[in-house]
Design a protein around this ligand. Structure first.
Ligand code: NDP
Length: 461
């Protein structure tokens, strides 16, 4: 760093991507300052993945209590207390926030709890103290925020995923709008916790971009768990009878206590000063970057949701790490965004890696589809009406597995391990020679021998 600068790196945003980049860069000897205007940890830790998953766990006890009867248990007086969950969840989030803080400080990063904006390619203004900091490089890792759309009358009465974590009581009735990760996950949580839940989506299937059969399996399961309205849109929201009334395009009225809109997120670029350095964002506000997360301004980089590449925590972390390796570690690295295992924490869960069947057919031409749809062993005694779906897609020309899709309990856990094999380029023959772990649901992945079959195994062996 030349003496013209106060720091080598100024990171704007203390979420997953920013924190990782700051720590790794500092580890390589860079002098790093990080500004966070709210709470270190960002969306994932404070108002996203972590508190959401804790709520998913809370909801799943409902199924467990129901299922227990088939195994001889009597579960009496099981009641759920939202305030206990909220208090314990919030305490855990605060604990994690402290760990993030400590890790940054231990790594030698200076944290400034203020809003930072860009003045020029090497200057940051801290709005709280109104001081400026000169930085050799700037990393923008400011994330995104949920939108309140569609823009219909009364939409201001709705909440977004941010406010879910502030609710003091469990809504008796909730309308969730959207068909993406967030709508699907929260609709599942509220339904499981006992809210009368309606999930409204404008499309005829949930989770656009996922494999069609997985989408159908989800719709079937959700149709049993909640009021699922597909192919309908919201026309307006009014206050009515101490609650809310949502009117749909078909004239139907849904009475509820909360309306949660989960219709997408937009990069947090407003007021950041991008115009001062000539960075032009795209139609939704995303910052353009190259494979090394460098913007058109050479001293300014961006990672995570603000770049709208793949808006997932582990991807932001990788992008932040790769940036630090490249710029401060002498190890040029970029993130391969093509193969990203991911999970949707619906109940049942979804885990995927690789292409959908439709995409695989388009890319590879001839593919084999190995498919199993079966009742999990646990359901034989619990009586639960739910099926697991597993699909393995194989490129016939190379025998490589190019997509795995799982709909069922613990799909997220399973797909993480399968993701290693698929990332390594595993072939169907590799899957076939892997010995099954019995009795599990996941053993289906290595025992499917004939393409396009439907089986009903119940742990025979
Ligand atoms: P998504 O972009 O995934 O989904 C938005 C949904 O809202 C879509 O179903 C879309 O419909 C619908 N929609 C968009 N605009 C309108 C509108 N004007 N009126 C009615 N419906 C509309 O956004 P999310 O908010 O669900 O999630 C944001 C991101 O967060 C995701 O991309 C995901 O990467 C990440 N995330 C990941 C999680 C995980 O890994 N488990 C959990 C939560 C979030 P259509 O399909 O028709 O466009």
């Amino acid at each position: 760093m030349s003496s013209a600068y106060d720091v080598d790196l100024f990171v704007i945003g203390g979420g997953s991507g920013g924190v990782r980049a700051a720590r790794i860069a500092s580890g390589y000897g860079a002098k790093v300052m990080l500004a966070e205007e709210y709470r270190v940890g960002g969306t994932c830790v404070i108002r996203g993945c972590v508190p959401k998953k804790l709520m998913v766990y809370a909801g799943r006890f409902a199924d467990e209590f129901e299922d227990a009867a088939g195994f001889g248990w009597t579960v009496e007086n099981a009641r759920f207390d939202w305030s206990v969950l909220k208090q314990r969840r919030d305490a855990e989030v605060t604990r994690l926030e402290g760990i993030y803080d400590t890790n940054l400080i231990r790594a030698g990063v200076e944290i400034v709890p203020e809003r930072a904006v860009i003045e020029d390619p090497h200057t940051i203004r801290l709005l709280g103290s109104n001081r400026t900091v000169r930085a050799e490089r700037i990393l923008i890792a400011v994330g995104a925020h949920p939108v309140k759309e569609p823009a219909v009358p009364g939409i201001e009465l709705a909440i977004t995923s941010n406010q879910v974590f502030e609710l003091e009581t469990l809504p008796e009735r909730i309308l969730v709008i959207g068909g993406g990760y967030i709508a699907v996950e929260f609709a599942g949580v509220f339904a499981a916790l006992g809210s009368r839940t309606t999930l409204l989506h404008r499309g005829d299937r949930l989770l656009r971009g996922f494999d069609d059969e997985v989408r159908d399996a989800l719709a079937e399961a959700y149709g049993r768990r909640m009021d699922l309205r597909l192919g309908r849109t919201l026309a307006r929201i009014d206050r009515r009878d101490g609650g809310l009334c949502a009117r749909l395009d078909d004239g139907a009225e849904i009475f509820c206590d909360q309306v949660l809109v989960a219709t997408g997120r937009r990069p947090n670029v407003a007021g950041l000063g991008l115009h001062k350095v000539g960075i032009e964002t795209d139609s939704i506000g995303a910052i353009p970057v190259d494979a090394y997360s460098q913007t058109p301004v050479p001293s300014i980089y961006a990672v995570g949701d603000v770049t709208n590449r793949a808006n997932l925590t582990p991807v932001a972390i990788r992008e932040g790490h790769a940036f630090a390796d490249t710029v401060y570690g002498g190890k040029p690295s970029c993130v391969d965004h093509r193969l990203i295992p991911t999970a949707v924490f619906s109940t049942p869960e979804i885990g995927i890696v690789g292409h959908t069947e439709a995409a695989a057919r388009e890319i590879y031409g001839k593919i084999d589809v190995y498919k199993s749809r079966f009742r999990p062993m646990k359901a034989t005694l619990s009586g639960r009406e739910e099926r697991i779906l597993m699909k393995v897609l194989v490129d016939c020309a190379t025998d490589r597995v190019v997509g795995v899709h799982i709909f069922g309990h613990d799909a997220g856990e399973v797909i993480q391990a399968v993701g290693i094999a698929v990332t390594m380029g595993a072939t169907k023959a590799d899957f076939d020679r892997t010995i099954a772990v019995h009795p599990t649901a996941a053993e289906e992945l290595v025992t499917m021998r004939v393409p396009e079959v439907t089986k009903h195994p119940v742990g025979v062996g």
